[in-house]
Design a protein around this ligand. Structure first.
Ligand SMILES: [Zn+2]
Length: 62
């Protein structure tokens, strides 16, 4: 799995080289922590992280 360096969205498909969230190609294998956002409008974690879509996100991306 890789995480986007810009929006921290996690990409699980190895064939995909573009972030589904922000269209960035800057994906990193070096990340830690996974947050699964099911309902971002009600999630306080999503609000703190600035997440505006449901999905898997890395807590830290290097
Ligand atoms: Zn992204």
């Amino acid at each position: 799995m890789r995480a986007c360096r810009h929006c921290r969205k996690i990409e699980t498909d190895k064939k995909v080289n573009q972030c589904a969230g922000c269209q960035s190609h800057d994906l990193s294998e070096d990340f830690s922590g996974i947050v699964v956002v099911i309902d971002y409008e009600k999630s306080t974690i999503a609000q703190k992280m600035g997440i505006t879509a449901n999905g898997k996100y890395a807590v830290k991306v290097r």
